[in-house]
Design a protein around this ligand. Structure first.
Ligand SMILES: Nc1ncnc2c1ncn2[C@@H]1O[C@H](COP(=O)(O)OP(=O)(O)OP(=O)(O)O)[C@@H](O)[C@H]1O
Ligand SMILES: [Mg+2]
Length: 361
C-alpha cells in the first residue's frame, strides 16, 4: 500500500479531510487482499478538471491489473469519466466495465468518501479482472445459439462445474488471506506454526481446484498436482540452511475431484513431515513420490532418505494431527490401506486404493 506524502498540497484539502483519507488508505491493503482487486483513492485536482491518484494497493491474493505504480498520476474526464463523475456529484458507480492499461477486461466500482459535513473529498475505487466472467458469457452465448440438445447439455454442465471450482478456489484464497492476517498478529511461535500448517493444507486443496478451474475437466491429474504441491511446500516450508530436493515420478493419473482432494491432503502431510522431521542430522535430503497403477489399484509412495521415525511416535503421539489425518483420509475417503516403513535410512509411506469410475492411464 502506498499513499502520496504531500496530500494537502496536491489537493488543497484541509488537514481534517486529509486525515480521513489517510485512515481509509491505511485499511486499503486488507480490502485489496480480501476482494482480490486493485484499490485506489482518487481526489479532485484543485482546478476540478482532473483526478489525482493519492493512494493505491494491489492484492497479494491475485495478480494485479497494473504492472507499475500509478500513484500521483493524473486522470482526465476522457480516460476516467466515472471517477470524475463520482468525485463531482458524490454518487457511486458500481459494475462499469472497461479495459485496463494492460488490455485486461476489468470491472470498476467507485464509491465516494465524504467528510463529516457530507462533502465528497475523494473516491474509493476497486478494479478487478473479469476475463473469466466474460469468457463464460461468450460460451453461454454460443451455447444458446447451438441447436444440438445433447451438446447444449454437455457445455452447460461443464460450465457450471468450472464455475463452481472457481468459486471454491476463490473462497479458499479468501480464507487463506484471513488466516494470514490473524497469523501476523500473533507473537507465539506455536500459533504461527499451527496457522502455517493450516495454510499449507488449504493451499494444497486449492491446487486441485486450480487444476479443475483451469482445465474444466471433472477429473484431475494428481501426478501434476503433486508436483505443484511439492514445489510449493519446499519453497514455503524449508529453512534457508536446508536443501531438499523433491521429485515426482509416474505417468499422469486422473482421479475424480473428491479423491484428488484427499490425495492432495495426504501428500501435503507426508511431504511436510519429510521437510520437518526427516533431516535433523543433515541439511540436504531427498523426498521422492512415485505413482503407479496396476489392475485398477493406485499405489502412491512418499519416501525420504532422512533419519527415520522414532519407534514410539507413530502410535503414541496422539497430540499430533498429521499422520492421524493421513490414516483417516486413506481408510475412509480413499477406501484404501496405508503402510509406514522406516529405518535409519529413511521413511517410506505407501498408500494403495482402488480407482472407481473412469480412469485414463
Ligand atoms: N518422514 C519422517 N521422518 C522422521 N520422522 C517422522 C517423519 N514423519 C513423521 N515423523 C515422526 O512422527 C511424528 C508424528 O507425525 P505427525 O505428522 O502425526 O505429527 P507432526 O508432524 O509432529 O505434527 P502435525 O503433522 O500435526 O503438524 C512426528 O512428530 C515425527 O516425530
Ligand atoms: Mg506432520
Amino acid at each position: 500500500m502506498q499513499t502520496i506524502s504531500d496530500l494537502g498540497q496536491v489537493t488543497h484539502l484541509s488537514d481534517e479531510q486529509c486525515n480521513i483519507i489517510k485512515n481509509m488508505a491505511a485499511n486499503m491493503q486488507v480490502m485489496a487482499d480480501i476482494s482480490r482487486a486493485d484499490m485506489f483513492i482518487d481526489c479532485l485536482s484543485p482546478d476540478k478538471n482532473a483526478a489525482i491518484v493519492v493512494a493505491e494497493a494491489s492484492p497479494s491474493t491475485a495478480p494485479s491489473l497494473y504492472r507499475e505504480s500509478v500513484l500521483g498520476e493524473i486522470a482526465l474526464e476522457k480516460t476516467e469519466p466515472g471517477v470524475l463523475f463520482s468525485l463531482k456529484n458524490g454518487k457511486s458507480i458500481i459494475g462499469s466495465r472497461g479495459i485496463s492499461q494492460e488490455n485486461i477486461v476489468m470491472q470498476q466500482d467507485i464509491v465516494p468518501i465524504t467528510d463529516p459535513s457530507g462533502i465528497t473529498i475523494a473516491v474509493l475505487i476497486k478494479e478487478h479482472d473479469i476475463s473469466d466472467t466474460i469468457r463464460n458469457e461468450h460460451k453461454m452465448k454460443s451455447l444458446l445459439k447451438s441447436t444440438d440438445k445433447d451438446q447444449k447439455q454437455e457445455i452447460k454442465q461443464s460450465l457450471i462445474i468450472q464455475e463452481l471450482h472457481h468459486r471454491v478456489k476463490n473462497n479458499l484464497q479468501v480464507i487463506s488471506s484471513m488466516l494470514r492476517l490473524q497469523m501476523r498478529r500473533s507473537a507465539s511461535e506455536e500459533v504461527v506454526r499451527v496457522f502455517s500448517d493450516s495454510l499449507n493444507r488449504i493451499a494444497s486443496m486449492g491446487k486441485v481446484h486450480d487444476y479443475l478451474a483451469k482445465n474444466g475437466f471433472e477429473e484431475v491429474d494428481v501426478t501434476f498436482v503433486m508436483e505443484q504441491i511439492g514445489t510449493l511446500l519446499v519453497s514455503s516450508s524449508t529453512t534457508s540452511e536446508q536443501s531438499i530436493e523433491i521429485s515426482v515420478k509416474g505417468k499422469p493419473l486422473f482421479l475424480p475431484s473428491d479423491k484428488a482432494t484427499s490425495v492432495a491432503l495426504v501428500v501435503n502431510e507426508l511431504i511436510q513431515n519429510g521437510i520437518k522431521h526427516a533431516f535433523h542430522t543433515t541439511s540436504v535430503g531427498k523426498i521422492e513420490i512415485k505413482t503407479n497403477i496396476r489392475k485398477q489399484m493406485v499405489n502412491i509412495i512418499v519416501s525420504d532418505n532422512g533419519g527415520g521415525m522414532d519407534h514410539s511416535v507413530y502410535t503414541q503421539n496422539s497430540s499430533s494431527l498429521g499422520l492421524h489425518l493421513v490414516e483417516m483420509l486413506v481408510e475412509e475417503e480413499l477406501e484404501g490401506i496405508l503402510s509406514v516403513f522406516h529405518s535409519n535410512r529413511g521413511t517410506n509411506v505407501s498408500l494403495t486404493f482402488p480407482i472407481t469410475n473412469k480412469v485414463m492411464e
